[in-house]
Structures are given as C-alpha cells and as structure tokens.
Design a protein around this ligand. Structure first.
Ligand code: BMA
Length: 316
C-alpha cells in the first residue's frame, strides 16, 4: 500500500522551545540527534539574543522528553584559524558515528563575514569536543557525513552554492583523512516543483538493506516567502553517486501552526534521525523557532523511494 504522508507528528510537539533553555536565548531549532549509550541526545542550535547561534546538548531517556544542559557545549571558536569564519555563529549540526574510528563526528555550518562554510569536529564522550578542520570554502552548508568509509574514503554530501542565482544542488565529496576533500560531483539538483530553488541534505545517510537512505530538504520560493519541505532518496550502498530510488513528491512539509508561524515561517528542517525497531524518529526545526518530532516506519519510506527509480528527472 502506498502511504502518502508517512510521518506522524508527536502529540507533545514541539519537543523543545525557548522556555526549555535554562538561559536567555531567542530560539532553539535544527538539532542533530543520536543515541549515546541508552540516552537520546539532541545537539541543539540555540540562537542567542544577538542572533548568533551556538550548540547545546539535551538528553532524554525516551526520545520524547528532553532536559537541556545548563550551559552551551560548542560555541564559536576563538582560535585564529577559525575565529573569522565562526564569528557570526555555528549552526545546523549533524552527528555521525563512525564505528571503525569509535568516534562521533559533528559537522556544522560556520557562519562569518565571508559567508557560510562547513566545519567538522569529533567527540568520543560528548564532554570534550575537538575541531578537525573547516572543510569547504564559502558558500557551503548542509554537510552530512556517511557513517563509515566507502572504498577507504570518508564520504560527505554537501551543498555548495544556492546563493546569488547558483543552483543549490546536493554534491558528494571524498576524503582519506576528513581534512582534504575532493572528487566533488553534483548528485541531485533542484527541479521545477516543491524543491525548485535549492536542496540540501537533512540528516546523515541511514544504512538500510536497500541502500543509503537520505532525507533532504527542498526549498520553494513563493510570492509570500520560502517553503521548506522534505523528500527522501536511496543511494547505492557501494557507489553512493548512484541514486537508485527517490520519493517523487515531498513526504513532509509545514502544516501545524508551530511549523507555519515563527521567526522564519513555513519551515520544517530536520538535522537528526534515529532508527529503532523499524521506526524512524525525525527531529526537525519548526519555523526556526522550536524543535519537533515526527515518526515514520522505515518500510513506508522505502516503499515511497521505490516509486521512482529513474534518475532522469534529477538533473545532475
Ligand atoms: C537555511 C538554513 C537553516 C534555516 C533555514 C530556514 O538556509 O539557514 O538554518 O532553518 O534556512 O530559515
């Protein structure tokens, strides 16, 4: 059976909003997610009263009710190699566990006077955090690391461009050491329709029997502003440059009031997902103002990805 709307929103949404942050801030949104031991962790993007973002941890025993740390965890770096690039904040984190390194990697958007670029760092304990490198030039954001090397290389999806008329496509790149990246190729470019203006990967690729499952956001410009929605595609496990299926339509979009109304209206923006017992928990920023949760069955999502096998409509 085809399921048109595979995600069900958590009845207690939003999961976190400004009132849950134990210090002054403007908003909380766009959180990375992972399971660390038996705890669910969210790495929150918190926007301060100056409009600059930093990252703060929230912890949960059930994935639905979170307690936020009293202090920020990762703040913009004062190291001279980073300072100018993070001067206006660090945004939209994604967390990937790489088993062969026994390490959790965190990618984020560093934002400074030159524009947005991608940073990557690592942790093993969610206490200490070490920056590895700034890995792209500007403008680039929405970088998600695959959870393991493929053919000896780390693999990342990122989104160069998307500003001043450039396409805003999802690209793929490779690295032997997480510092030097190359072999860049365009993977998925915007098409007329719900993702016409730009695309960006949402959550790090999830390994399934049928391929790498990638949620991505698509942006449509309208006379009353942008609408951010979510689609999914499947990439070949051995050659992730091959799109082997995708959802022909968006599968999640702003509908509830907390997604429609906020600092930036009509935005759902996932940065983290956790799969347990065939159920995907997707955490998403709602209207750049709160964090919400929706759940779907993995089978339903894979079924929707099987609907379109051709790559023809996805210009590269
Ligand atoms: C994107 C990113 C996200 C944000 C979205 C909607 O470009 O900056 O952080 O949620 O815009 O404002």
């Amino acid at each position: 059976m085809k399921v048109l709307h595979p995600f069900k929103r958590f009845h207690g949404n939003p999961v976190l909003s400004r009132d849950d942050i134990p210090y002054w801030c403007n908003t909380v949104f766009n959180a990375a997610a992972c399971k660390f031991g038996n705890r669910y962790l969210l790495l929150l993007r918190v926007e301060d009263l100056n409009g600059h973002s930093h990252l703060t941890l929230a912890r949960s025993h059930d994935g639905y009710h979170f307690e936020v740390d009293r202090e920020p965890w990762i703040t913009p770096s004062e190291d001279p190699g980073y300072e100018i690039y993070e001067r206006y904040g660090i945004e939209d984190p994604r967390i990937t566990y790489v088993p062969e390194d026994e390490t959790w990697y965190i990618t984020y958007t560093a934002f400074g006077p030159h524009g947005p670029r991608v940073g990557i760092g690592k942790t093993r304990d969610f206490e200490s955090f070490e920056r590895i490198a700034l890995i792209t030039e500007v403008p680039n954001k929405d970088a998600v690391l695959f959870p393991g090397k493929i053919d000896g290389n780390y693999v990342i999806l990122d989104r160069p461009g998307g500003f001043a008329g450039s396409t805003g496509a999802i690209w793929i790149q490779y690295s032997p050491d997480l510092v030097y990246w190359g072999g860049a190729r365009a993977l998925l470019a915007p098409q007329p329709g719900w993702g016409k203006s730009k695309l960006g990967s949402s959550v790090p690729p999830l390994k399934t029997d049928e391929g790498w499952l990638v949620f991505y956001h698509g942006v449509r410009e309208t006379p009353s502003g942008r609408i951010y929605r979510v689609g999914a595609m499947l990439l070949d496990l051995k050659d992730p440059e091959k799109i082997i299926g995708y959802t022909p339509n968006f599968i999640f979009g702003p509908e509830e009031l907390y997604e429609r109304v906020g600092d930036v209206p009509n935005v759902v923006f996932p940065c983290g997902a956790i799969i347990e017992d065939g159920i995907i928990k997707m955490y998403y920023g709602a209207a750049d103002t709160a964090i919400a949760l929706a759940e779907a069955s993995l089978d339903d999502i894979l079924g929707l990805c099987r609907l379109a096998k051709s790559r023809e409509t996805h210009a590269r």
